[in-house]
Design a protein around this ligand. Structure first.
Ligand code: SAM
Length: 286
């Protein structure tokens, strides 16, 4: 196991990511609609977390595989799938080295997932490699200039430096970067901006929830044990308060990218759109 893989597991198994995911679960439903998942299609959800895209895709009648590097989240995903009464195959693995044959899936999806793989070009190449000719994919990623992009920059100030070669995840929200990483694959891309909305009762609730449940912040908790000035705030609480200070109730920008594969790869000239510019990707918490 590489240091980056270890770090990813430690980060996302800390806290209670499912509680955070539930707040913007609808982004998964929306992505499923955008990519037009149909019954019987083979669908791969990369970095599936606790199943927010896999589960609605399976509810459409698709044959879904959810892959994630963090086994604890796959356990939560299994429970969620049971709750929704759907079957999904859950696979532990790395987005940079997908354990599937070439041309295996009709659709690949990822919400705020493949963006966390350290090597973006590798993750992009893997998405396209496992797609069948004419396949399509839909990715939702945070933009650096959106609230969550700023949120991650704030957390980074308090976290140890990332492993060597780890590219900043919000670059997946930069169109030029996404165009560059998919360049060698020949995939055709379309982009769309959208927003996800979290609703909290109070700033205190936001701070409490993120301090305790959001892995990248919860992971900072051991630092509280270190000697510090008597009046210093615990570091994880400080990072979460800064989030609130910076962004109040976050209404974060997401970005969606998708494509129908072009002639050069698929032999088909079919062009679908997974993200028409006039439709915004909106998500509201339940
Ligand atoms: C912000 S969570 C998003 C999870 C889910 N897609 C959602 O939207 O709720 C990021 C996910 O990426 C997973 N992850 C991080 N690095 C990964 C990698 N290299 N390969 C596969 N999964 C990875 C984490 O385990 C975590 O589930």
């Amino acid at each position: 196991m590489t240091e980056a893989q270890d770090r990813a597991r430690a980060t996302w198994s800390a806290g209670d990511f499912d509680a955070i995911a539930q707040r913007i679960w609808d982004v998964g439903d929306e992505l499923v609609e955008k990519v037009g998942i149909k019954p019987g299609e083979r669908v791969l959800d990369v970095a599936c977390g606790t199943g927010n895209v896999s589960i609605p895709a399976a509810a459409k009648g698709a044959e879904v595989t959810g892959l994630d590097i963090t086994p604890q989240l796959l356990e939560d995903a299994k429970r969620n799938a049971e709750k929704y009464g759907v079957e999904v195959e859950w696979v532990e693995g790395d987005a940079q080295d997908l354990p599937f044959e070439d041309n295996s899936f009709d659709v690949v999806v990822s919400t705020f997932g493949c963006m966390f793989a350290p090597d973006h070009a590798k993750a992009a190449a893997e998405i396209v490699r496992v797609l069948k000719p004419g396949g399509r994919f839909g990715v939702v990623a945070w933009r650096p200039e959106g609230n969550i992009g700023k949120f991650f920059m704030t957390i980074a100030k308090y976290a140890p430096p990332p492993p060597e070669g780890f590219q900043p995840p919000p670059l997946w929200g930069v169109r030029d970067h996404v165009t560059e990483i998919f360049g060698p694959t020949g995939a055709e891309l379309e982009f769309e901006d959208g927003a996800a909305h979290w609703r909290f009762e109070s700033e205190d609730e936001t701070v409490e929830e993120y301090s305790q449940k959001f892995g990248p912040i919860a992971l900072l908790r051991p630092r509280r044990e270190r000697p510090r000035r008597r009046d210093a705030e615990p570091r994880n609480k400080l990072a979460a308060s800064q989030l609130v200070e910076l962004h109040s109730i976050p209404a974060s920008q997401g970005r969606i990218a998708g494509y129908p594969m072009g002639e050069d790869q698929s032999g088909s000239n079919e062009r679908g759109s997974v993200a028409s510019p006039e439709n915004q990707l909106h998500s509201a918490s339940p």
